[in-house]
Design a protein around this ligand. Structure first.
Ligand SMILES: [Zn+2]
Ligand SMILES: [Zn+2]
Length: 198
């Protein structure tokens, strides 16, 4: 599986584009700059757009990508209405968005088919109530839950520090070689995170 990172928007959000051996693609968190994402997608067939959560900096290019590719969108059920209503989240984080239908409402624990690959959905509330991470083999896409030497803020609506600490403990049980691809900043590993947080 190929992993491409496209840094987007004024908050330098990391959009992740995965391409499997069948030249099928999944996009995680299309923050902005649909043109750059589509250029990276190239000839790969887009199967699914995943959101780790509904914050505006993670879905600025969502409506344009859906309009141009027809790909279905999936995120946690508790934040689906925000995307379907085209709301900015948090409300003072930017302008309103176009309404985008959500094809699949996640709860955590699902395994999503992606060719020979499997995408495991892990519920990790704390940064927002509906935050999830996606695990593909030893690659973890952690959104704003877990960054290099940092965790997501919990002071925005839906944030909860106790829940975030529980989610962090859950993630730290993954294999140490698991590579963390966060929603902002650089990659690191679960092994490094264990040493840092414990
Ligand atoms: Zn966020
Ligand atoms: Zn973010």
């Amino acid at each position: 599986m190929e992993i491409h990172k496209i840094e987007t928007g004024f908050l330098a959000e990391n959009c992740w584009l995965l391409v499997n051996a069948r030249n099928e693609a999944v996009i995680i968190d299309p923050g902005d700059n649909a043109a750059a994402i589509l250029e990276t997608l190239s000839t790969a067939k887009l199967q699914l757009i995943l959101l780790t959560h509904s914050h505006s900096d993670h879905r600025g290019a969502l409506a344009e990508l859906v309009a141009k590719t027809g790909a279905p969108v999936a995120l946690h059920f508790s934040e689906a209405a925000i995307v379907e209503q085209g709301a900015a989240n948090p409300p003072d984080f930017g302008e309103r968005f176009e309404k985008v239908p959500v094809a699949r409402k996640l709860r955590g624990g699902e395994i999503l088919d992606f060719g020979e690959e499997r995408i495991e959905v892990i519920a990790t509330p704390g940064h927002t109530a509906g935050s999830v991470c996606f695990l593909v083999n030893s690659e973890l896409f952690s959104g704003d839950m877990l960054f290099r030497e940092n965790v997501g803020r919990t002071d925005l609506p839906g944030g909860n520090e106790d829940e975030l600490n529980e989610s962090l403990a859950k993630l730290l049980k993954l294999k140490p070689e698991t590579r963390i691809h966060p929603g902002h900043d650089a990659d690191w590993t679960i092994g490094e995170a264990r040493k840092f947080f414990v």
